[in-house]
Design a protein. Structure first.
Length: 335
Protein backbone atom coordinates (compact mmCIF):
# COMPACT_ATOMS: atom_id res chain seq x y z
CA UNK A 1 0.00 0.00 0.00
CA UNK A 2 1.16 3.58 -0.63
CA UNK A 3 1.96 5.55 2.54
CA UNK A 4 -1.02 6.69 4.62
CA UNK A 5 -3.41 4.49 2.63
CA UNK A 6 -5.02 1.68 4.61
CA UNK A 7 -7.67 -1.01 4.04
CA UNK A 8 -10.44 -1.61 6.55
CA UNK A 9 -12.47 -4.81 6.60
CA UNK A 10 -16.15 -4.39 7.45
CA UNK A 11 -18.23 -6.94 9.34
CA UNK A 12 -19.69 -8.05 6.04
CA UNK A 13 -16.18 -8.93 4.87
CA UNK A 14 -16.06 -6.13 2.32
CA UNK A 15 -12.86 -4.06 2.22
CA UNK A 16 -12.90 -0.26 2.06
CA UNK A 17 -9.83 1.94 1.54
CA UNK A 18 -8.97 5.16 3.38
CA UNK A 19 -6.23 7.76 3.33
CA UNK A 20 -5.11 9.64 6.42
CA UNK A 21 -3.63 13.12 6.34
CA UNK A 22 -3.27 16.12 8.63
CA UNK A 23 -5.90 18.81 8.34
CA UNK A 24 -5.36 22.59 8.61
CA UNK A 25 -5.83 22.29 12.38
CA UNK A 26 -3.11 19.64 12.66
CA UNK A 27 -5.59 16.89 13.47
CA UNK A 28 -5.71 13.67 11.48
CA UNK A 29 -8.34 13.51 8.79
CA UNK A 30 -9.72 10.32 7.29
CA UNK A 31 -10.59 10.39 3.61
CA UNK A 32 -12.72 7.56 2.19
CA UNK A 33 -11.40 6.21 -1.12
CA UNK A 34 -14.09 3.61 -1.79
CA UNK A 35 -14.17 -0.19 -2.03
CA UNK A 36 -12.53 -0.60 -5.45
CA UNK A 37 -8.75 -0.75 -5.06
CA UNK A 38 -7.96 0.57 -8.53
CA UNK A 39 -10.33 3.54 -8.23
CA UNK A 40 -9.02 4.12 -4.70
CA UNK A 41 -5.48 4.39 -6.08
CA UNK A 42 -6.62 6.90 -8.68
CA UNK A 43 -8.26 9.03 -6.00
CA UNK A 44 -5.17 8.67 -3.80
CA UNK A 45 -3.02 9.91 -6.68
CA UNK A 46 -5.20 12.99 -7.00
CA UNK A 47 -4.94 13.76 -3.29
CA UNK A 48 -1.40 12.76 -2.45
CA UNK A 49 2.13 13.43 -3.65
CA UNK A 50 4.32 10.41 -4.29
CA UNK A 51 7.95 10.39 -3.16
CA UNK A 52 10.14 12.24 -5.67
CA UNK A 53 13.06 10.50 -7.38
CA UNK A 54 16.32 10.69 -5.45
CA UNK A 55 19.79 9.26 -5.61
CA UNK A 56 19.10 6.92 -2.70
CA UNK A 57 15.69 5.68 -3.89
CA UNK A 58 14.73 2.22 -2.67
CA UNK A 59 12.51 -0.41 -4.23
CA UNK A 60 9.83 0.59 -1.69
CA UNK A 61 9.96 4.16 -3.08
CA UNK A 62 9.57 2.82 -6.60
CA UNK A 63 6.62 0.60 -5.76
CA UNK A 64 4.78 3.53 -4.18
CA UNK A 65 5.12 5.51 -7.41
CA UNK A 66 4.28 2.47 -9.55
CA UNK A 67 1.10 1.65 -7.59
CA UNK A 68 -0.17 5.18 -8.06
CA UNK A 69 1.00 6.08 -11.57
CA UNK A 70 1.12 2.79 -13.49
CA UNK A 71 -1.13 0.15 -11.92
CA UNK A 72 -4.39 2.11 -12.32
CA UNK A 73 -3.80 2.17 -16.09
CA UNK A 74 -3.83 -1.64 -16.30
CA UNK A 75 -6.86 -3.81 -16.90
CA UNK A 76 -8.60 -4.65 -13.62
CA UNK A 77 -7.48 -8.31 -13.47
CA UNK A 78 -3.92 -7.42 -14.46
CA UNK A 79 -3.84 -4.70 -11.80
CA UNK A 80 -4.89 -7.16 -9.09
CA UNK A 81 -2.25 -9.64 -10.22
CA UNK A 82 0.47 -6.95 -10.26
CA UNK A 83 -0.51 -5.84 -6.80
CA UNK A 84 -0.15 -9.42 -5.54
CA UNK A 85 3.20 -9.90 -7.26
CA UNK A 86 4.55 -6.63 -5.88
CA UNK A 87 3.90 -7.95 -2.37
CA UNK A 88 6.24 -10.88 -3.10
CA UNK A 89 8.86 -8.49 -4.48
CA UNK A 90 8.58 -6.20 -1.46
CA UNK A 91 9.31 -9.11 0.86
CA UNK A 92 12.71 -9.47 -0.82
CA UNK A 93 13.60 -5.97 -2.01
CA UNK A 94 11.63 -3.52 0.15
CA UNK A 95 14.44 -1.40 1.61
CA UNK A 96 17.05 -2.28 -0.99
CA UNK A 97 18.50 0.81 -2.73
CA UNK A 98 17.94 0.54 -6.47
CA UNK A 99 21.65 1.25 -6.97
CA UNK A 100 22.54 -1.99 -5.17
CA UNK A 101 20.13 -4.42 -6.86
CA UNK A 102 22.18 -6.61 -9.21
CA UNK A 103 21.35 -9.46 -11.63
CA UNK A 104 22.53 -11.96 -9.00
CA UNK A 105 19.74 -10.77 -6.69
CA UNK A 106 17.12 -11.46 -9.36
CA UNK A 107 18.58 -14.94 -9.82
CA UNK A 108 18.46 -15.47 -6.05
CA UNK A 109 14.81 -14.37 -5.95
CA UNK A 110 13.94 -16.91 -8.64
CA UNK A 111 15.82 -19.67 -6.82
CA UNK A 112 14.18 -18.82 -3.50
CA UNK A 113 10.75 -19.16 -5.13
CA UNK A 114 11.48 -22.25 -7.20
CA UNK A 115 8.57 -24.05 -5.52
CA UNK A 116 6.22 -21.63 -7.32
CA UNK A 117 7.90 -21.19 -10.71
CA UNK A 118 4.94 -19.55 -12.46
CA UNK A 119 4.62 -16.89 -9.74
CA UNK A 120 8.38 -16.38 -9.65
CA UNK A 121 8.56 -15.81 -13.41
CA UNK A 122 5.63 -13.42 -13.29
CA UNK A 123 7.27 -11.46 -10.45
CA UNK A 124 10.44 -11.18 -12.51
CA UNK A 125 8.45 -9.71 -15.40
CA UNK A 126 6.77 -7.23 -13.04
CA UNK A 127 10.13 -6.25 -11.55
CA UNK A 128 11.53 -5.69 -15.05
CA UNK A 129 8.57 -3.51 -15.99
CA UNK A 130 8.90 -1.49 -12.78
CA UNK A 131 12.62 -1.00 -13.39
CA UNK A 132 11.99 0.34 -16.88
CA UNK A 133 9.50 2.82 -15.40
CA UNK A 134 12.07 3.75 -12.75
CA UNK A 135 14.56 4.68 -15.48
CA UNK A 136 11.95 6.85 -17.17
CA UNK A 137 10.98 8.53 -13.90
CA UNK A 138 14.57 9.29 -12.94
CA UNK A 139 14.89 6.90 -9.98
CA UNK A 140 17.87 5.16 -11.61
CA UNK A 141 19.83 5.12 -14.84
CA UNK A 142 21.32 1.66 -14.29
CA UNK A 143 20.68 -1.23 -16.71
CA UNK A 144 17.76 -3.52 -15.95
CA UNK A 145 19.09 -6.27 -13.60
CA UNK A 146 16.61 -8.76 -15.13
CA UNK A 147 18.42 -8.56 -18.46
CA UNK A 148 19.98 -11.91 -19.31
CA UNK A 149 18.47 -13.72 -16.31
CA UNK A 150 16.43 -16.73 -17.43
CA UNK A 151 13.22 -17.57 -15.60
CA UNK A 152 12.11 -21.07 -14.69
CA UNK A 153 11.34 -23.42 -17.55
CA UNK A 154 7.60 -24.14 -17.52
CA UNK A 155 5.75 -26.98 -19.16
CA UNK A 156 3.10 -25.95 -21.67
CA UNK A 157 -0.40 -26.85 -20.54
CA UNK A 158 -1.58 -29.65 -22.82
CA UNK A 159 -5.02 -30.45 -21.41
CA UNK A 160 -7.69 -30.57 -24.11
CA UNK A 161 -11.31 -30.61 -22.95
CA UNK A 162 -13.08 -33.12 -25.13
CA UNK A 163 -16.83 -32.98 -25.69
CA UNK A 164 -17.54 -35.76 -23.18
CA UNK A 165 -15.76 -33.92 -20.34
CA UNK A 166 -17.40 -30.64 -21.33
CA UNK A 167 -20.85 -32.24 -21.31
CA UNK A 168 -20.27 -33.97 -17.97
CA UNK A 169 -19.44 -30.67 -16.22
CA UNK A 170 -22.19 -28.84 -18.14
CA UNK A 171 -24.80 -31.39 -17.04
CA UNK A 172 -23.74 -31.02 -13.40
CA UNK A 173 -23.79 -27.22 -13.50
CA UNK A 174 -26.42 -24.62 -12.75
CA UNK A 175 -28.17 -22.65 -15.48
CA UNK A 176 -25.86 -19.64 -14.95
CA UNK A 177 -22.78 -21.87 -15.26
CA UNK A 178 -24.12 -23.54 -18.40
CA UNK A 179 -24.66 -20.14 -20.01
CA UNK A 180 -21.18 -19.03 -18.99
CA UNK A 181 -19.49 -22.18 -20.30
CA UNK A 182 -21.29 -21.99 -23.62
CA UNK A 183 -20.64 -18.26 -24.06
CA UNK A 184 -16.95 -18.58 -23.21
CA UNK A 185 -16.52 -21.56 -25.53
CA UNK A 186 -18.51 -20.27 -28.51
CA UNK A 187 -16.84 -16.84 -28.44
CA UNK A 188 -13.37 -18.07 -27.44
CA UNK A 189 -13.03 -15.23 -24.95
CA UNK A 190 -11.44 -15.03 -21.51
CA UNK A 191 -13.76 -15.47 -18.50
CA UNK A 192 -13.43 -11.78 -17.57
CA UNK A 193 -14.46 -10.71 -21.06
CA UNK A 194 -17.41 -13.10 -21.16
CA UNK A 195 -18.66 -11.74 -17.82
CA UNK A 196 -18.56 -8.18 -19.21
CA UNK A 197 -20.72 -8.90 -22.27
CA UNK A 198 -24.07 -7.09 -22.34
CA UNK A 199 -27.11 -6.61 -24.56
CA UNK A 200 -25.59 -3.28 -25.60
CA UNK A 201 -22.70 -5.18 -27.22
CA UNK A 202 -25.07 -6.74 -29.76
CA UNK A 203 -25.00 -4.49 -32.82
CA UNK A 204 -26.11 -5.30 -36.37
CA UNK A 205 -26.00 -9.04 -35.84
CA UNK A 206 -22.59 -9.01 -34.19
CA UNK A 207 -21.40 -9.39 -30.60
CA UNK A 208 -18.91 -6.57 -30.09
CA UNK A 209 -16.01 -7.48 -27.80
CA UNK A 210 -13.14 -5.28 -26.64
CA UNK A 211 -10.77 -7.56 -24.77
CA UNK A 212 -9.90 -6.26 -21.33
CA UNK A 213 -6.31 -7.51 -21.41
CA UNK A 214 -5.23 -6.42 -24.90
CA UNK A 215 -7.98 -3.91 -25.81
CA UNK A 216 -8.30 -5.89 -29.06
CA UNK A 217 -11.70 -5.20 -30.70
CA UNK A 218 -13.68 -8.07 -32.25
CA UNK A 219 -17.01 -8.46 -34.01
CA UNK A 220 -18.32 -12.00 -33.54
CA UNK A 221 -21.15 -13.01 -35.86
CA UNK A 222 -24.29 -14.05 -34.00
CA UNK A 223 -25.09 -17.16 -35.98
CA UNK A 224 -25.51 -20.88 -35.35
CA UNK A 225 -25.15 -22.07 -31.78
CA UNK A 226 -24.21 -18.60 -30.52
CA UNK A 227 -27.54 -17.22 -31.79
CA UNK A 228 -29.39 -20.06 -30.05
CA UNK A 229 -27.45 -19.43 -26.84
CA UNK A 230 -28.27 -15.72 -26.75
CA UNK A 231 -31.95 -16.53 -27.35
CA UNK A 232 -31.81 -19.02 -24.45
CA UNK A 233 -30.15 -16.43 -22.21
CA UNK A 234 -32.84 -13.87 -23.04
CA UNK A 235 -35.61 -16.32 -22.16
CA UNK A 236 -33.99 -17.07 -18.79
CA UNK A 237 -33.43 -13.38 -18.06
CA UNK A 238 -37.07 -12.60 -18.88
CA UNK A 239 -38.14 -14.90 -16.05
CA UNK A 240 -36.56 -12.65 -13.41
CA UNK A 241 -37.95 -9.45 -11.93
CA UNK A 242 -34.47 -7.93 -11.84
CA UNK A 243 -33.45 -6.62 -15.27
CA UNK A 244 -29.79 -6.22 -16.19
CA UNK A 245 -28.08 -5.72 -19.52
CA UNK A 246 -25.44 -8.35 -18.68
CA UNK A 247 -25.69 -11.51 -20.77
CA UNK A 248 -24.49 -13.71 -17.92
CA UNK A 249 -26.72 -13.50 -14.85
CA UNK A 250 -26.98 -15.52 -11.65
CA UNK A 251 -29.98 -17.46 -10.37
CA UNK A 252 -31.57 -14.20 -9.16
CA UNK A 253 -31.20 -12.39 -12.46
CA UNK A 254 -28.32 -10.18 -11.34
CA UNK A 255 -24.98 -9.88 -13.15
CA UNK A 256 -22.85 -13.00 -12.67
CA UNK A 257 -19.59 -12.23 -10.87
CA UNK A 258 -16.18 -13.84 -11.14
CA UNK A 259 -16.19 -15.39 -7.63
CA UNK A 260 -19.68 -16.83 -8.16
CA UNK A 261 -18.66 -18.29 -11.52
CA UNK A 262 -15.56 -19.85 -9.97
CA UNK A 263 -17.54 -21.33 -7.09
CA UNK A 264 -20.24 -22.78 -9.34
CA UNK A 265 -17.67 -24.24 -11.73
CA UNK A 266 -15.74 -25.95 -8.93
CA UNK A 267 -18.95 -27.46 -7.53
CA UNK A 268 -20.03 -28.70 -10.95
CA UNK A 269 -16.60 -30.16 -11.67
CA UNK A 270 -16.63 -32.09 -8.39
CA UNK A 271 -20.18 -33.33 -8.98
CA UNK A 272 -19.33 -34.38 -12.55
CA UNK A 273 -16.32 -36.40 -11.38
CA UNK A 274 -18.62 -38.38 -9.08
CA UNK A 275 -21.40 -38.72 -11.66
CA UNK A 276 -19.09 -39.95 -14.43
CA UNK A 277 -16.32 -41.89 -12.64
CA UNK A 278 -14.80 -43.21 -15.88
CA UNK A 279 -13.95 -39.59 -16.80
CA UNK A 280 -13.11 -38.45 -13.27
CA UNK A 281 -9.37 -37.99 -13.86
CA UNK A 282 -9.91 -35.88 -16.97
CA UNK A 283 -12.71 -33.87 -15.37
CA UNK A 284 -10.59 -32.98 -12.33
CA UNK A 285 -7.89 -31.57 -14.61
CA UNK A 286 -10.30 -29.13 -16.27
CA UNK A 287 -10.02 -25.38 -15.68
CA UNK A 288 -12.66 -22.95 -16.85
CA UNK A 289 -9.92 -21.12 -18.76
CA UNK A 290 -9.35 -24.29 -20.80
CA UNK A 291 -12.52 -23.47 -22.73
CA UNK A 292 -10.58 -20.77 -24.58
CA UNK A 293 -8.05 -23.37 -25.71
CA UNK A 294 -10.86 -25.76 -26.66
CA UNK A 295 -12.41 -23.00 -28.77
CA UNK A 296 -9.05 -22.49 -30.50
CA UNK A 297 -8.49 -26.18 -31.20
CA UNK A 298 -12.03 -26.86 -32.41
CA UNK A 299 -12.03 -23.78 -34.64
CA UNK A 300 -8.60 -24.66 -36.06
CA UNK A 301 -9.77 -28.19 -36.88
CA UNK A 302 -12.77 -26.90 -38.81
CA UNK A 303 -11.67 -23.55 -40.24
CA UNK A 304 -7.90 -23.42 -39.86
CA UNK A 305 -5.40 -21.86 -37.48
CA UNK A 306 -5.88 -18.35 -38.86
CA UNK A 307 -9.59 -18.47 -38.01
CA UNK A 308 -8.76 -19.69 -34.51
CA UNK A 309 -6.27 -16.84 -34.06
CA UNK A 310 -8.84 -14.30 -35.24
CA UNK A 311 -11.50 -15.62 -32.85
CA UNK A 312 -9.13 -15.35 -29.89
CA UNK A 313 -8.15 -11.82 -30.90
CA UNK A 314 -4.48 -12.55 -31.57
CA UNK A 315 -2.57 -10.38 -34.02
CA UNK A 316 -0.12 -13.19 -34.74
CA UNK A 317 -1.15 -16.82 -35.31
CA UNK A 318 2.08 -17.90 -33.62
CA UNK A 319 0.66 -16.73 -30.29
CA UNK A 320 -2.30 -19.04 -30.81
CA UNK A 321 -0.06 -21.96 -31.73
CA UNK A 322 2.28 -21.40 -28.79
CA UNK A 323 -0.30 -21.04 -26.03
CA UNK A 324 -3.66 -22.44 -27.12
CA UNK A 325 -3.49 -25.12 -29.81
CA UNK A 326 -3.03 -28.32 -27.84
CA UNK A 327 -4.16 -31.17 -30.09
CA UNK A 328 -1.64 -30.90 -32.92
CA UNK A 329 -2.23 -30.62 -36.65
CA UNK A 330 -4.42 -33.09 -38.53
CA UNK A 331 -2.22 -34.84 -41.11
CA UNK A 332 -2.57 -37.68 -43.57
CA UNK A 333 -0.30 -40.74 -43.77
CA UNK A 334 2.38 -41.14 -46.43
CA UNK A 335 0.21 -43.57 -48.37
Amino acid sequence: MPPHMHPRVQRSGKVYYYMYKKGPDGKRQEIALGDDFILALKKYAELNVVVAPSAGATFADLQQRYLVDAVPKLAANSARMYRSDIKHLLASFSEAPLSQIKPMHIRQFLDDHADKPTTANRCKRVFSTMWNHARGWGYTDLPNPCEGIQGHSLKKRTVYINDAVYKAVWNSGSAPLRDAMDLAYLTGQRPADALKMTDHDIVDGHLIVTQEKTKQPLRIKIVGELALLIARINVRKAGHKVITAALLVNQHGKRLTGPTLRSQFEKARAAAAKAVPELADEIKKMWFYDLRAKAADDTADGLGEEAASNLLGHEDVRTTRRHYLRRGKIVTPTK
